[in-house]
Design a protein around this ligand. Structure first.
Ligand code: DOR
Ligand code: ZN
Length: 371
């Protein structure tokens, strides 16, 4: 019991119910994560390092991580923070996989340097203005077409925030329109380009991955598997359920859950855990992003259990991702106990503010056991 209490860390409030069921899987990875920087990073890093062997770290800092040199320095800061907070051998072994932020000015030479490095694993496409810290994102993909051509040649994946930004496209349609108007033409120009459609939120996104070749994959968040757009509006406006791409209709959630639990090898786990201080979310114009790393694997276990597919969790969380990225699967395992616990109302964060984790004050049905 002490072990499990320790494993919960700061998000733990209390412990209610016990059962004998548990689940052991190969240690998972998070293929889409926002770690931020400085004290903010230090506040959240352990939640990920306790659960996951590796994470693909998003580059949307201010200023963005646009070069291999900046990615190397960011990685060093993550490892230094990890040395401060890691409390177990496993957490110390956490390996941050870095990404570059694609801009109109990205050069083929920078892509070559990224591919030659052993720590840059992808290049992130944010359409300019699509989401948090995307102001430096791409305004027109043709402007960086030479860099993308080099990525296709070298096999460096493009990690895509798949939303158009046109104000005349309904916010709930932005992913579907992006697939038709940007992504499919991009793959026609570069059929070998390795693409991950990140945080898929629609049936159209699922179809895009299914119909794509071996070079096309997709990540799914726990919150998009567990919630539909009603969650944002239940009894009032609920900013902690607001993220981008925004939660969609129930029929889309069902399509995502089906994809995640289907055993299809090109869907894998990416939490898109995106911490924001409470006052920046509970505001007249609140930031997009849900913080989920405090229960980063447990929430997926809930979703898979709901679908009667716990036996598929390991492939989705621990095998499909490394296989697609061409990396070894993690050594070792984690164990989840079928035991409910209550998420803390808040967690300490930065600027004298707190972080409100997803499910704050509510129960999560699975509990991470420390190995
Ligand atoms: O909800 C989101 N938050 N979506 C994103 O694409 C970015 C992220 C963030 O950085 O906060
Ligand atoms: Zn993200």
């Amino acid at each position: 019991m002490l072990d499990t209490l320790l494993a919960l860390g700061s998000a733990f409030r209390d412990n209610v119910d016990m059962s004998s069921q548990n689940l052991t899987i190969v240690r998972p990875d998070d293929w889409h994560l926002h770690l931020r920087d400085g004290d903010a990073m230090q506040a959240v890093l352990l939640d990920t390092a306790r659960r996951f062997g590796r994470a693909i770290v998003m580059p949307n800092l201010r200023p963005p991580v646009t070069t291999v040199e900046l990615a190397s320095a960011y990685r060093a800061r993550i490892l230094a923070a990890l040395a401060n907070v890691a409390d177990t051998v496993q957490a110390k072994r956490f390996d941050p996989l870095m990404t570059l932020y694609l801009t109109d000015n990205m050069t083929p030479a920078e892509i070559e340097a990224a591919a030659a490095s052993d720590f840059v694993h992808g290049v992130k496409l944010y359409p300019a203005g699509a989401t948090t810290n995307s102001d430096s994102g791409v305004t027109d993909l043709m402007r960086c077409d030479a860099a993308i051509a080099r990525m296709a040649e070298l096999g460096l994946p493009l990690l895509v925030h798949g939303e158009v930004t046109n104000a005349d496209v309904d916010v709930f349609d932005r992913e579907a329109v992006f697939i038709d108007s940007v992504l499919l033409p991009l793959l026609t120009r570069h059929p070998d380009l390795r693409v991950v459609l990140e945080h898929i939120t629609t049936a159209q996104g699922v179809a895009f991955v299914r119909e794509g070749g071996a070079n096309v994959a997709g990540t799914l968040t726990a919150h998009h598997l567990l919630y539909n757009r009603n969650a944002i509006f239940t009894g009032g406006i609920r900013p902690h359920y607001y993220c981008l791409p925004v939660l969609k209709r129930e029929q889309h959630r069902e399509a995502l859950l089906e994809a995640a639990t289907s055993g299809h090898r090109r869907f894998f786990l990416g939490t898109d855990s995106a911490p924001h201080a409470r006052l920046t979310k509970e505001a007249s114009c609140g930031c997009a992003g849900c913080y989920t790393s405090h229960a980063g694997i447990e929430l997926y276990a809930e979703a898979f259990e709901q679908a009667g597919a716990l036996d598929q969790l390991e492939a989705f969380a621990s095998l499909n991702g490394p296989d697609w990225y061409g990396l070894p699967r993690n050594d070792g395992t984690i164990t989840l106990l079928k035991q409910s616990w209550t998420v803390a109302d808040t967690m300490s964060y930065v600027n004298n503010d707190v972080l409100v984790p997803l499910r704050a004050g509510e129960q999560v049905k699975w509990l991470l056991k420390q190995n």
